[in-house]
Design a protein around this ligand. Sequence first.
Ligand SMILES: Cc1ncc(COP(=O)(O)O)c(C=O)c1O
Length: 392
Amino acid sequence: MTKRQLTRPWAERVDRVSPFRVMEILTKAKQLEQNGRDIIHMEVGEPDFPTPAPIVAAAKQALSEGKTHYTPALGLPELREKIAEHYFLTYSVSVSPKQVVVTAGASGALLLTAALLVNPGESVLMADPGYPCNRHFLQLVGGEAVMVPVDASNDYAVTPSLIEQYWQAKSCGVLLASPANPTGGILSLQHLSELEAVIRKHNGWMIVDEIYHGLTYGERIHTALESCPDAIVINSFSKYFGMTGWRLGWMITPQELVPSLEKLAQNYFISPPTVSQYAALAAFDAPAKQEMESRRLAFKKRRDFLLPALRELGFGIPNCPEGAFYLYADAQGFTSDAYAFCHQLLDSAGVAVTPGIDFGANNTQQTIRFAYTTSVERLQEGVERIAGFLRQ
Ligand SMILES: Cc1ncc(COP(=O)(O)O)c(C=O)c1O
C-alpha cells in the first residue's frame, strides 16, 4: 500500500507549543518498567493516592441512577452552591454560587479565562519558572505570555516591582499561582494585596491559580479573594481532592463576567463532565475530607524527609516550600544540562524526575523538579539511588 501524503501541513501554532518533557520521562520510565526495571517515580505531578472512597461511591450512585446527560454549562447548581459554601467555611469569604463556574479541570478554566479576557496581541505576565501550559492557552487565543523571571531570593514569587518592570502597553493582566508549580511557594495575604494594588493601578486582571490549595504544610493559606474580591480565582478537584482523571475544576469570577463565560463554556465544552460533578458533591463532606486531611499529613511527612535529604546530597533548595508536592532544586553542583542529567539518572539509577526546562527558560537548564508523590520508603530508596549515581 502506498503511504498517504497529507496535502496540507497542520497549523503553525503547533510548532510553537513545546513538548512536555515530563511525559517523555514518564514514557521512558514505563518502558523500563515493562522491561523489568524498578523505577522510583518522582516525576509525576499527581497524587499517588486513589480518589477518596466516598467520592467514588457518589459517582457509582450517579451512574446507577442514569445521571449521564449534559448539565448546565456553568455546572450543577448544587455543586456551585457547595463550592461557594467551601469559600465561606474555609476562608470566611462570601462567594455567591452565581460567581462559580464549574469547568473541565483547571485546564478548562485557564482556557476559558484566556478566551474571555485576552485580545489578539495582548499579553499576560506570569512567573518563569511556572506552569508551562499557561503560555500555550494564551497563544491559542492570539495572546502572548510575558515571562517574569523569579528566583529563590524572593521565594520564586512575582513581586510588585517585577510587575512594574515587565508590564507592557499591551498587557492586560497577571497570572499568579499559590502554591506554585514547580516551586511550591505560597503568596501571603499581604503579598497578594500588594500585587493587587499594582495590577489595579495598571487596570489589569488579577488571575490566581489556587489548584494546590489544601496541600499546604505551614500557616493557613489565603485565597486571593480575601484581599481582592475582583480576582479571578482558578481551582480544581485534581490535586487536593485526588481527582486528576475526573477532569473537573472551577473558577470564581466577578458576577458580571459570568454570562460571557457561560456563552463560551456552552460553545467550547457544552458542559463539564456530569458523573464527575455528581462525584464532587461528596468531596466537601466530612468522610472525604478526613481522607484528604490524612493524605495532606502524609505529603507533609514526605516533604519533611525529602527536603533535608536532597540538601544533604548537595541540591540547592534554599527555601522550605510550604505547599503543593514539589521540591524545585538547583543542580548546578552536578550539571549544567539538567535535561541530560534527568535521562542519565533514569537510565542508570531508575529514578524519574522532571527537568527544569519544562517550566520556562529562566536558569532552568540547571534545575530539577522532584515530586514527592510516592511513599517515604520509596523516597528513601530514591535518595539512596541518587546518592549512588552522584558517586559514580
Ligand atoms: C499550576 C497548575 N495549574 C493547572 C493545572 C491543570 O490541572 P487540571 O488537572 O485541573 O486541569 C496543573 C496541573 O498540574 C498545575 O500544576
